[in-house]
Design a protein around this ligand. Structure first.
Ligand code: SAM
Length: 281
């Protein structure tokens, strides 16, 4: 008889150690995230609504369904439920200052080309790419004479839908610095705000799993991959950053999350400041 996890005994669904192990393997293989033991409660609560939606009482039955042909659509919902999507506008503000004060002036003063490609990899609900778009729109005069695109990708389809909609709670939009508030359009009669139409066309949202094939063109002048690989194993991080290096020319910039670093991961980038790296040949 499989052992139910003691602290989860009185709960609505049957969830055993073996189920958790099974979920960990599946998540590791599909998403790259390593689920530590102390994440059991989190996994239970995030997946409980999926079991409810699909009418299962036992995690083991839900897992069997996920691996059947009929369960392939549910696999998308499973991944959506498991990912952590915390984000906000202008998160880690010094990256946006660096973009505005160092990178953009270089483009303006030494225009090698007016084709600029930026990738927000693991963009969550879109606040990261919209923050980038606001900086570009504000800092580059005659933007229409440039060929600029921000590719915004994530594995989580719910987050991408939010990004495409471009509507956020007013409370979230209030975090946008005053100088960029002109890109926030309150929606009358609601507590929501919409992203201005001038910046929307700069961004293309696409589903992309960093562990699978990358149908991206590049080369990328700037890559934001922040707070995404944090739960990946070192080996997976190595593979992912080497792949970024392969689509980034020498001199391009990589921004990573505040608790991440490239030490012992890759030598293809040189540190240019706190969590800011430059691709080196
Ligand atoms: C914590 S959010 C970070 C969002 C944003 N970059 C920021 O720093 O505010 C991490 C995002 O990475 C995405 N993610 C996790 N694993 C992924 C993978 N294998 N491929 C693509 N995206 C992934 C998640 O869905 C989530 O939206």
């Amino acid at each position: 008889m499989p052992q139910t996890i003691p602290e989860l005994q009185d709960r609505e669904f049957v969830f055993t150690d073996k189920d958790f192990q099974h979920i960990s393997e599946l998540v590791g293989q599909k998403v790259g995230i390593v689920l530590a033991e102390h994440k059991k409660n989190m996994v239970y609560s995030r997946l409980a609504r999926r079991l409810r939606a699909q009418g299962y009482k036992h995690f083991s039955d839900y897992l069997k369904f996920l691996q059947s042909d009929a369960g392939q659509d549910e696999l998308v919902e499973f991944v959506n439920a498991i990912t952590t999507n915390l984000t906000h506008f202008f998160r880690e503000g010094h990256h946006f200052d660096h973009l505005r004060d160092v990178i953009i002036p270089e483009w303006l003063n030494h225009p090698r080309s007016r084709r600029i490609r930026i990738w927000s990899a693991g963009c969550s609900a879109g606040m990261e790419p919209y923050s980038i778009a606001m900086v570009l729109h504000q800092a580059i005069p005659n933007l229409k004479n440039w060929d600029i695109k921000i590719l915004a990708t994530d594995i989580d389809t719910n987050m991408l839908d939010t990004g495409v909609r471009g509507e956020y709670d007013m409370q979230a939009a209030e975090r946008i610095p005053r100088m960029y508030q002109k890109y926030v359009e309150p929606i009358a009669g609601t507590d929501k705000a919409s992203m201005a139409k001038e910046i929307r066309p700069l961004i293309a949202f696409k589903k992309l799993n960093l562990l699978e094939s990358w149908p991206v063109k590049g080369p990328f002048d700037v890559v934001f991959c922040r707070n995404v690989v944090i739960y990946f194993s070192k080996d997976t991080q190595r593979v992912v950053f080497d792949r970024f290096a392969s689509v980034m020319p020498s001199g391009s910039t990589l921004f990573i999350g505040h608790s991440e670093n490239l030490f012992n991961i890759t030598t293809k980038f040189a540190s240019k400041g706190k969590t800011i790296y430059q691709r080196v040949a």
